[in-house]
Design a binder for this molecule. Structure first.
Ligand code: ZN
Length: 173
């Protein structure tokens, strides 16, 4: 762009700013210049979250079973599912932390897929299992024990108390 081109462009931009500024001054009692930074931050945080649109609408008829990282639930994977740092990991190599809501789902649901299990919140697909096919899901329990049991023992009890629930409604995001 030559000099004339640049200055024309600058004049047009400045004129635009001037017009926008005058319109703002005339129509509103505050101009953009007078809005303090905190005000802007507050306004932005008030913007409602974009409503999640589910890819697959809620479907009933899922069979959801509780499991934990123990040997009774995972067999050989209880010891194989450990990374080089010694942390327990899922099939996706996601480190299992206490209290995170992870699920094992059939392969058609990519790792990272969110699923809302009716009444039990949103869980993330990070694991697989040989028996997890069709409309079956396994929900992982790994919690810190509030009593004197080991965390694994406690998590296993939680998994057992979930048991196997049939005809559960699940929404896939
Ligand atoms: Zn277990």
């Amino acid at each position: 762009m030559d000099f004339i081109g640049k200055s024309t462009c600058l004049v047009v931009v400045m004129f635009g700013v001037f017009i926008a500024g005058s319109v703002y001054q005339q129509n509103g009692d505050i101009s953009w210049k007078t809005i303090p930074a905190q005000e802007i931050v507050r306004t932005v945080s008030k913007v409602p979250e974009v409503e999640r649109v589910s890819k697959v609408p809620e479907v009933e008829g899922w069979e959801v079973t509780g499991y934990c990282p123990c040997e009774k639930c995972c067999g050989v994977w209880a010891t194989r599912g450990v990374n080089t740092e010694g942390s327990r990991v899922t099939s996706s190599q996601h480190v299992i932390k206490y209290g995170t809501k992870l699920i094992a789902a059939p392969k058609k649901y990519a790792f990272g897929t969110k699923m809302n299990i009716d009444g039990y919140g949103t869980w993330t697909v990070e694991d697989r299992g040989g028996k997890i096919q069709g409309n079956k899901l396994d929900v992982l329990f790994f919690e810190k024990s509030p009593d004197h049991r080991t965390d694994l023992e406690y998590s296993h009890q939680l998994a057992l108390s979930w048991g196997r629930r049939k005809n559960v409604a699940v929404e896939v995001y």
